[in-house]
Design a binder for this molecule. Sequence first.
Ligand code: SF4
Length: 330
Amino acid sequence: MSVVQSSCAYCGVGCGVSVSSNKPNWTDVDAADLILVGDNKHPANYGHLCAKGERLLDSLAQPNVLRYPKLRSGMPLDWDKASTLIADTFAKTIAEHGPDSVALYLSGQLLTEDYYVANKFAKGFLKTANVDTNSRLCMSSAVSAMQRAFGEDVVPGCYDDLEQADVIVLVGANTAWTHPVLFQRILAAKKANNAQLVVIDPLSTATAKQADLHLAIKPGADLTLFHGLLGYLADQNRVDHAYIAAHTEGFDTVVLQAQQLSANLADLATQVGVSVTQLTQFYQLVANNKKVLTASCQGVNQSTIGTDATNAMINCHLALGHIGQAGCGF
Ligand code: SF4
């Protein structure tokens, strides 16, 4: 029996799967010949799969799945002929209209290595920058915020932080539905370590129902909520002045604006759409715990203020110096 390690491509958790077959030639296998299980050594899922991942083989069994190259007319052709046709068409188009007359639109589910090769092909060989994935659309606010806050698109955190955090804050994320295996990991960490789960979402989602604290804020109020948090942390003298002096710029200007919000918590709570009690409970959780992990998703990203809101969350972590360490960060 031969085994192939791969990844589930349905969501960004990237769970590892092991697929085995009794047939020596993988080109001719059908879904019925395969066995798929979660890869118990994979660091994203340690063998767990959600309902979507468990049913991956069903997608191979659909009659309209394209398993071999075909012309638009429906005529099948072998891989060599298909590659030659694509190469000739690219070459002819570039010769007639220049390299920017072609583009590659890729999937966000590509592995990092595949994405690298595709970029190298487009930028290094075809000599066009017309190459991108759908992930540009869903994550561009977060990317811009990272570039603004850190100077480059980096995420200072990893899945292992979940097991070490004391407070996990999910913002604009229905993780129970969109990243199920990750959510099970969060629930397991919550149970094992008594971590507090805060969910910030206008909707009472399946994720929010599992939260210790659900802030059902007004849509778009996440920027105000986190900017106010920065002011609150400064008001309570919780910020790390040594870290701020060593690693940040422009703190005094930002914190003055933030303190205008936190000066009146009742007004701030009204603006955000939650009670003062809830607002204060959340702010105290962040102020009184070092290992706070904040994670945001499309509820924040898909907004005209998504970059600012994400930057406001990162600012709070920078002000506390709670970033780039086990169990805390953004
Ligand atoms: S959480 Fe589910 S859908 Fe997402 S990668 Fe894992 S198995 Fe696939």
